[in-house]
Write a protein that binds this ligand. Structure first.
Ligand code: G1P
Length: 293
C-alpha cells in the first residue's frame, strides 16, 4: 500500500448564485451573510485552518468580490483602530489577516458544484485535498474536516461527511447507499444526487465536507450534466466508485445549513446564545416574545 499523503490543501466552492436568498444575494454573496459579526465563510475558512490546512483556494464567480475584500488585509482600518486604542476589535481584525494566503479562481458560468471544483485542478495538482462548501458551518471541538482527515489516513481513500436527513428533504442532498463497516463509518456502494423520497437509497445525505483523492478530477471531466443540467459532484463520486473506494463518515458536531432561511435563523440564534455578551438579553427577549404568542 502506498504511503498516505498528508492533506494540506482545501477548496472552498463559493460560486453558487444563492437564489434561495434573493433579493439580498443580488448584490451580496450568500457566503458573506453575517452570523452576527462574522460572515458564514469566515467559519468555513477557520475550520480548514484549525484542521491543519495551510493552502486554501476559493472558487468565486461574478458578484463575489466581497469575499476577497473580506480576507484581504486592511492597513488603514487597522491603523485607525490602533490610534483609537480599540485593541479588542483590532485583535479580531488581525485574526483574519493571520489566515494563510487564500487563492481565488473564478467559475465563469454557473455550471454546478462539480464544474466549480474542476477549476481548482491546476492549483491542487496530484495530491489529496479537502473540500468545504462555503455555506455550511459545522460546529464541533474537533473540526469536521479534521475528523475526515483521520478517516482518510486510516484508509488512504476519499471520504465524505454524512448525516441523517428527514425523508422529505432527501431531494436536497446527495444520498448514499452502503454498508456500515464500523460505527459511524460506511463504505459507499453508490450515491445519487437529489433523489425523490421514493427513489432515495437511504436517508443519509452528504453534507458540505469531503476529502478526495486527485482522481476525482478525471471523473469530473467525464461527468455529463445531471440534475439542473449542471455538472454534479455527486455524479463524479459515482464514477470514482468504479475504481476507488469511497467512505462516508457520520461526523461529530452540529451542522448549520446557512443556505436555507430556517437554517440561517437557527445559526444566528445558536451563535448568539453562545456569546456571553448577548446570551442573557437574547434569552430574555426570546422568552418574553414567546409568552406574547
Ligand atoms: C450540494 C451537493 C449535494 C450535497 C449538498 C450539501 O447541493 O450537490 O450533493 O448533499 O450540497 O449541502 P446544493 O446544496 O449546492 O444544492
Amino acid at each position: 500500500m502506498t504511503k498516505t499523503q498528508s492533506i494540506h490543501k482545501a477548496v472552498i466552492p463559493a460560486a453558487g448564485l444563492g437564489t434561495r436568498f434573493l433579493p439580498v444575494t443580488k448584490s451580496m454573496p450568500k457566503e458573506m451573510l453575517p452570523i452576527i459579526d462574522k460572515p458564514v465563510i469566515h467559519y468555513v475558512v477557520e475550520e480548514a485552518v484549525n484542521s491543519g490546512i495551510d493552502d486554501i483556494i476559493i472558487i468565486t464567480g461574478r458578484g463575489k468580490r466581497a469575499i476577497e475584500d473580506y480576507f484581504d488585509a486592511a492597513p488603514e482600518l487597522e491603523m485607525r483602530l490602533k490610534d483609537q486604542h480599540k485593541d479588542a476589535t483590532l485583535k479580531r481584525l488581525k485574526e483574519i489577516s493571520d489566515f494563510p494566503t487564500i487563492h481565488y479562481v473564478r467559475q465563469k458560468e454557473p455550471n454546478g458544484l462539480g464544474d466549480a471544483l474542476l477549476k481548482a485542478e491546476n492549483h491542487i495538482g496530484n495530491e489529496p485535498f479537502a473540500v468545504l462548501l462555503g455555506d455550511d458551518i459545522i460546529s464541533n471541538r474537533k473540526p469536521c474536516t479534521a475528523q475526515l482527515m483521520s478517516v482518510y489516513s486510516r484508509f488512504n481513500a476519499s471520504v465524505i461527511s454524512i448525516e441523517h436527513v428527514p425523508r422529505e428533504k432527501v431531494c436536497h442532498y446527495g444520498i448514499i447507499k452502503g454498508n456500515e463497516i464500523e460505527p459511524d463509518l460506511i463504505r459507499i456502494e453508490d450515491i445519487v444526487e437529489k433523489p425523490s423520497p421514493e427513489k432515495a437509497p437511504s436517508d443519509m445525505g452528504a453534507v458540505g465536507r469531503y476529502i478526495f483523492v486527485p482522481e476525482i478530477f478525471d471523473c469530473l471531466k467525464n461527468t455529463d450534466p445531471g440534475v439542473g443540467n449542471e455538472i454534479q459532484l455527486t455524479d463524479a463520486i459515482h464514477l470514482l466508485l468504479r475504481d476507488h473506494p469511497v467512505y462516508a463518515y457520520k461526523f461529530e458536531g452540529k451542522r448549520y445549513d446557512t443556505g436555507d432561511k430556517m437554517g440561517y435563523i437557527e445559526t444566528i440564534i445558536d451563535f448568539a446564545l453562545r456569546d456571553p455578551e448577548l446570551r442573557d438579553n437574547l434569552r430574555k427577549f426570546l422568552s418574553d416574545r414567546l409568552c406574547q404568542d
